[in-house]
Ligand binder design. Structure first.
Ligand code: NAD
Length: 473
């Protein structure tokens, strides 16, 4: 077998991409280094008694930037987690928050664990113990560092974290804001579970509103009928596949999972596949598509849009040349290595970068945090008032025109916005504005030729402004 091509680590890869943008921002070297460096990293090792035996777990939390507080970023549970990866992901969070104007610094955490080896009760004990370590060491609180779900974690873990924090700080009136991505009945917000996938969809829709960008990716027209390959069918991959196929007419021609890939040129029915996985815990034997055992090879399948939504370093110097997508949307963090990015840029493949594409999660987490510290659900004060104004408007229309307003129009103008409507509206607005900002940097900054560099230039400029305004001390 041929030797694997040596590539920079994930953290180095992110820094090389940032360096490429730094030269376009013309920041002085000191400020550039200050922005790039990781402020602090905590490593903890703690024992937990599992099935009568003591096991020692290792976890990390990196706070990349604290120019805005709290710093924010997910916690992942994975058997491959390591400090380099956590630092890379924390750095991405800094740039991500800046591009979508979420007033937070960047952070990330991980626990070295294969969650499939433990039952629910064991995971609860481990999560509560990890939380205690993070709180005691100053790496978790509503005002300084607020985690969220990531690979291998979800609402359940976030609820345990919130409860563990509350027991340590019962006098903190904002205790529920110490973590986001919680269940709705436990202080969470409507629309958070699907927010990252929803944000990817809104980002792609905005791309398709810019016909010059669509043309530069050798495509034309709208999203309707475009073909799409998705890697990873977890939280992010499932939701983006569902929304694009059910709402935008996109044909999902392949889904790649860790146990292989499903292929159907007619399009995979996403809800049927989801049901199949719930019942069988695998994509194998799904009747609605053909099966390919070598999932990674399917990344090279010809398609309009390729969405890596699994993990980092999936498109590398090994396979970048053979990627046949016209547009790649990085729903995962860091799926393309620095070297592969250069290859794809030379080939003319358009890449919507991770720091923008998957920012929907942190955007809605920001809404959840605001909901928690203001102690009120969005829409609670104005929904019925808006409905009353809608009724007044409908009556006025009928009075002025002498005609009856149709029941369909009436129900649409008399409906007050609820929390989910407001979350979607805020997320859509955020994704549109951030794309336009990134696009502005591509148009206006010398030496910027791709969306990733444009995105970094736009976010670095904002972070630099905030650091320079306050000064370094
Ligand atoms: P998840 O654990 O819910 O799903 C990941 C999926 O990828 C799983 O179904 C897993 O089986 C699959 N997978 C793992 N290795 C694979 C491989 N080699 N090939 C194909 N599939 C593989 O995680 P998620 O929350 O959906 O996160 C996915 C990516 O999105 C990660 O990079 C994460 O950092 C990023 N992200 C997640 C969020 C969020 O809100 N959950 C927000 C921003 C970014």
């Amino acid at each position: 077998m041929a030797d694997k091509i040596k590539e920079p680590s994930f953290r180095e890869s992110v820094n090389l991409m940032v360096d490429r943008a730094m030269s376009a921002t013309k920041l002085d070297e000191g400020t550039a280094n200050a922005i790039k460096s990781c402020n602090s990293v905590l490593q903890v090792q703690f024992p937990v008694k599992i099935r009568g035996k003591v096991e020692v777990f290792t976890g990390w939390r990196a706070a990349h930037s604290t120019h805005r507080l709290p710093c924010k970023g997910g916690i992942r549970y994975a058997p491959y987690a390591n400090q380099d990866e956590v630092e890379a992901l924390a750095a991405l969070m800094t740039y991500k928050c800046a591009i979508v104007d979420v007033p937070f610094g960047g952070s990330k955490g991980a626990l070295l664990i294969d969650p499939s080896l433990y039952d629910r009760d064991e995971l609860e004990v481990i999560t509560r113990r990890f939380t205690t370590e993070l709180v005691r060491k100053g790496f978790l609180s509503p005002s300084t560092n607020v985690p969220a779900p990531d690979v291998g974690t979800g609402q359940r873990e976030m609820a345990w974290i919130a409860d563990a924090y509350k027991h340590l700080h019962p006098d903190d009136i904002n205790h529920i804001a110490c973590v986001t991505g919680k269940p709705v009945h436990h202080g969470g917000i409507q629309g958070r579970v699907e927010a990252t996938g929803r944000g990817v969809q809104y980002g792609i829709r905005e791309f398709f509103r810019h016909s010059e960008d669509v043309n530069s990716a050798n495509m034309s027209g709208t999203l309707d009928g475009k073909t799409c390959v998705i890697q990873g069918f977890g939280n992010v991959g499932y939701h983006v596949a569902k929304f694009l196929s059910e709402e935008d007419g996109v044909i999902i021609t392949a889904i790649i999972e860790r146990d292989g890939a499903l292929i159907s040129d007619e399009g995979i029915n996403i809800e049927d596949l989801h049901q199949h996985i719930v019942e069988h815990s695998t994509i194998k034997n799904f009747p609605g598509a053909g099966f390919e055992g070598n999932g990674n090879a399917v990344l090279e399948k010809d398609c309009d849009i390729l969405i890596p939504a699994a993990l980092e370093s999936q498109i590398t110097l090994e396979n970048a040349d053979r990627i046949n997508a016209r547009l790649i949307v990085e729903a995962a963090n860091g799926p393309i290595t620095f070297g592969a990015d250069e290859v794809l840029n030379k080939k003319g493949t358009i890449i919507i970068p991770d720091t923008y594409a998957n920012a929907g999660g942190v955007t809605v987490s920001y809404f959840e945090w605001i909901r928690n510290i203001s102690h009120i659900r969005f829409g609670r004060m104005q929904k019925r008032h808006d409905e009353m104004r809608g009724h007044q408007m409908a009556s006025m229309l009928e009075e002025v025109t002498g005609a009856k307003v149709s029941p369909l129009l009436k129900s649409s103008i008399t409906r007050g916005a609820d929390e989910l409507d407001l979350v979607r509206s805020g997320l859509d607005d955020t994704m549109r504005l951030a794309y336009q900002e990134m696009r502005g940097a591509l148009d206006n900054e010398a030496g910027v030729h791709d969306l990733r560099t444009a995105c970094y230039v736009a976010s670095i400029s904002k972070i630099a402004r905030s650091c320079l305004d306050v000064g370094v001390y």
